[in-house]
Design a protein around this ligand. Structure first.
Ligand code: ADP
Ligand code: MG
Ligand code: ZN
Length: 445
């Protein structure tokens, strides 16, 4: 029906689609027949999935809800540079621009192709009037909800205003396009119900399976010398060294710990054993934090022992291992934290050195949060969800029932991946089962 590749080249100056999934999503959205949910990791090019189709209906406008002015500004600058007419209606829009928007969108062939709106703005009378005017004249091409996970309390970024976006549905049958980075089943459920996606909605989703990551679990209290064990593991991971690697992309790794003290102890022990390590936590002075992050980033120190505050915005490709010293908080965090390994696609390892003491400490905090939530429903729900999620993590560590990667495929609502020995259980189930049994025996003694 449309020559999408032509539009891609002429209007967006790209030679090809970024992925098959991007192309398929754009194909489907362009038809304007169904609601569509696009779930792909950050950086995979989700914006194009609605920006390209928006150009195919020149007498209509595409409404895009986006949570942050900064994100909106980036998109508008980008589109403007491509000579695509895009603008925004938000609390900071000056009167002249606001008048221009309202006038332009009331004409028969508006010049604005994409109108970005903050969710707060969507609640205003100005917007409601504009919306019904556009709806009555069938002038909306798509209703796009970017960062759609913001509708969900399961996500990390809940925005109550987002919940109201589904209400627009009542007065319109324009296709809804929801975009989110890889989201867990609960978040997806919330997106579908809050935005009232039609039952026939189509999903375009990247598989969460990371084939190059090997997952396994060891038990701190079964090891004679846990720090030495860790040292040998780290050494073996760092050995896979390329001769031509520059200092900054030399093999390196992260050891995540629950507390500041733990990061200090582990970094100290490793350094004593001959592995240059730094620690990183919120208690450091800003200057030190930056310096340490820099030291790791530029390859002076191959290992950083850190609390989970470390990693946001870190995109080092040559991370060969991620260790959790203790136990991760929940499957979603574990996926994200361990997923910092192997960004370059090369074989990398994700190991938990499990400890019951750590489990106890976390359970104590979770119980405390639940008690503090008292009778407040939202907080109680949240606390109960956190407990449920942690239980899955404990099960992952304390049993050897199924492929480690299934923790993630279950969380993301996907079929089990074809692991092919990319975890300890698939590689040697018997041995891992024995280890888990020994661990449990040791715990009841
Ligand atoms: P997401 O929203 O999924 O995080 P973006 O839409 O911000 O991703 O796109 C990430 C980057 O990919 C942007 O710089 C964008 O210009 C680029 N990009 C998108 N589609 C393509 C393509 N087909 N070819 C090359 N680059 C692309
Ligand atoms: Mg985006
Ligand atoms: Zn497996």
């Amino acid at each position: 029906m449309f020559n999408l590749e032509e539009v891609l080249k002429t209007n967006f100056k790209f030679n090809s689609f970024k992925s098959k999934l991007q192309e398929d999503a754009i194909n489907e959205i362009s038809k304007r027949e169904n609601d569509v949910l696009v779930s792909m990791p950050t950086g995979s090019g989700k914006s194009l999935c609605y920006q390209l189709p928006a150009l195919l209906y020149p007498d209509k406008v595409t409404l895009v809800f986006s949570p942050l002015l900064a994100l909106i500004k980036d998109q508008i600058d980008h589109l403007t540079a491509l000579k695509i007419k895009a603008t925004s209606l938000n609390s900071k829009t000056v009167a002249a621009e606001r008048n221009f928007i309202l006038t332009d969108l009331k004409t028969n062939s508006p010049s604005i192709r994409l109108l970005y709106i903050t969710p707060e703005q969507a609640a205003t009378q100005t917007f409601k009037d504009l919306f019904s005017n556009l709806t009555n004249r069938d002038k909306i091409a798509f209703i796009v909800v970017d960062e759609a996970h913001c509708v969900s309390e399961w996500g990390h970024d809940f925005r109550p205003d987002y919940l109201k976006l589904g209400v627009l549905r009542d007065n319109s049958d324009v296709p809804y396009i929801a975009l989110t980075a890889t989201a867990g089943v609960e978040v997806v459920k919330d997106i579908v119900s809050s935005l009232r996606l039609s039952t026939s909605f189509k999903t375009f989703k990247t598989s969460s399976f990371r084939r190059n990551l090997f997952y396994d679990v060891y038990y701190q209290n079964l090891l004679d010398r846990p720090y030495e064990h860790l040292k040998y593991f780290i050494k073996s991971c760092l050995e896979s060294q390329d001769d031509d690697a520059t200092k900054a992309n030399k093999p390196c790794g992260i050891v995540y710990c629950r507390t500041r003290e733990q990061t200090e102890v582990v970094a100290f022990k490793l350094s004593e054993l001959g592995i240059k390590s730094l620690c990183y936590h919120a208690g450091l002075k800003n200057k030190e934090r930056l310096e340490y992050q820099e030291g790791w980033q530029n390859g002076d120190f191959p290992v950083i022992c850190a609390t989970i505050s470390f990693g946001m915005g870190v995109d080092k490709a040559s991370v060969r291992f991620v260790v959790h010293w203790g136990v991760p908080k929940d499957p979603a965090s574990f996926y994200q934290e361990s997923g910092r390994a192997g960004r370059d696609g090369r074989a990398s390892k994700c190991r938990v050195y499990y400890s019951r003491a750590d489990r106890g400490a976390i359970e104590f905090h979770l119980a405390h949060d639940l008690a503090k939530a008292k009778k407040k429903k939202a907080r109680t729900n949240k606390a109960q969800n956190a407990i449920k999620a942690f239980t899955k993590m404990v099960e992952y560590c304390e049993t050897a029932k199924e492929c480690r990667h299934r923790l993630f495929s279950n969380h993301f609502g996907e079929p089990p991946p074809d692991c092919r020995n990319r975890c300890d259980i698939c590689r040697n189930k018997k041995e891992v089962e024995e280890r888990a049994q020994n661990f449990l025996m040791r715990c009841i003694q």
